[in-house]
Design a protein around this ligand. Structure first.
Ligand SMILES: [Zn+2]
Length: 377
């Protein structure tokens, strides 16, 4: 997806009762044998909207393909930044951050960034999933990832140690190149992307409808479905298969920004927040997941600044390297919104952090990978 600027394609708690059980700055270590991870990415979602909410200066028709945009100001702009960001992403700011932590508010001195130097999609997905940048991943071409992702490695280990175990890992992507990033041909677990129907598990009425919806709806982007069918397909997999590790990549935040539709971009971010809530509500409702699940939330890259840079990202927009990372769950301390004095977080640290929750050392396996975040255990 992703960048289409002229020539380049960018795409680019057991009820740990929220505040009480985790008011201290450390979390109890996760139990690797029982742990689950839900790993959500929203393509090209800017840290600016996450931490400041909708930018009033961008709410003009010129940033919305000439279409009226006033209604978005009413929905998402409030008197203060704190209120505005809560209006845009209510679950993130009312539940996820108070019970967990979030890196990347540059206004408060917290640094979070990608290390690949390219600031577009496939390099960012590769960095996140493998823990290191790779100069061979220098375009958004849908090539099978030559690197083994932490997901593939974890899944192989589980299958080896637990013969007969199945559907422990799955990856879902609105964008078809997520299939390449995960190396769907080689990885050995379910990967479902773009408009492809999900056929690897027993059909359910809901899944049948989602599959038909994907096949029969108009396609705004030939290589990327809307977020909703992707998310609800992943949800159906989660509920029926109970994977240990679930990865979901959503794409509308990037597409609408490239399309100069700030209103749709905001709505997409707001929907992604509702998806995080639905995932967490499921976690709380299920005894296997409750108290044994960590959720991660980040983008593959940032974007440029207002007034026009927000539409794009890439090497030529150095500020688009800045991202954010939200985390909550059994192994995550309730540190809230991180600020000055917190060590910088790099995108290449996420893979090893996920492995650490399962008691595995990804850096030992892949020495070029970034180290796990020390506070998550
Ligand atoms: Zn993009």
């Amino acid at each position: 997806m992703r960048w289409m600027s002229a020539a380049i394609l960018c795409w680019s708690c057991a009820l740990l009762s929220p505040a009480s059980a985790q008011t201290r700055q450390e979390a109890a270590a996760a139990d690797p044998a029982k742990e689950h991870v839900i790993w959500v990415m929203s393509d090209g979602l800017r840290w600016q909207e996450v931490f400041r909410g909708a930018d009033p200066s961008l709410l003009i028709p010129a940033n919305n393909d000439g279409q009226p945009i006033d209604s978005y100001a009413k929905r998402f702009v409030r008197a203060t930044l704190d209120e505005s960001r809560k209006a845009l992403m209510p679950f993130l700011w009312s539940v996820m951050v108070p019970q967990g932590e979030i890196y990347g508010n540059r206004d408060k001195g917290s640094d979070a960034y990608v290390t690949n130097g390219l600031n577009f999609s496939y390099p960012g997905y590769n960095e996140t999933l493998t823990g290191h940048a790779d100069p061979r991943i220098s375009s958004n071409d849908n090539i099978p990832n030559p690197n083994v992702t932490v997901m593939e490695w974890l899944d192989r280990g589980w299958k080896k140690n637990e013969p007969g175990a199945h559907n422990l890992t799955a990856g879902f992507g609105a964008w078809e190149v997520i299939g390449g990033a995960l190396n769907a041909q080689r990885c050995g677990f379910t990967v479902n992307v773009s408009y492809d129907p999900l056929t690897s598990i027993p059909m359910t009425p809901k899944l049948d409808l989602l599959n038909r919806w994907k096949l029969e709806s108009p396609r705004i982007w030939p290589d990327e479905a809307f977020d909703a069918p992707t998310f609800y397909t992943a949800m159906e997999y989660l509920k029926t298969q109970k994977p240990r590790l679930l990865y979901i990549s959503l794409g509308e935040t990037d597409d609408w920004a490239h399309g100069n539709r700030y209103g749709f971009y905001l709505e997409s971010a707001n929907r992604v927040d509702s998806y995080l809530k639905q995932l967490w509500d499921f976690v709380q409702s299920d005894p296997e997941y409750r108290g044994h699940t960590t959720i991660f939330f980040l983008p593959d890259h940032g974007r440029g600044s207002a007034p026009t840079g927000w539409q794009s990202h890439g090497k030529d927009l150095p500020e688009s390297k800045y991202i954010f990372l939200g985390a909550m769950g059994a192994g995550v301390p309730a540190r809230g919104e991180l600020g000055a004095g917190t060590p910088a977080m790099r995108q290449n640290q996420v893979a090893a952090t996920v492995a650490k929750l399962f008691g595995r050392d990804w850096v030992k396996e892949t020495p070029e990978a970034g180290k796990p975040l020390p506070e998550i255990r």
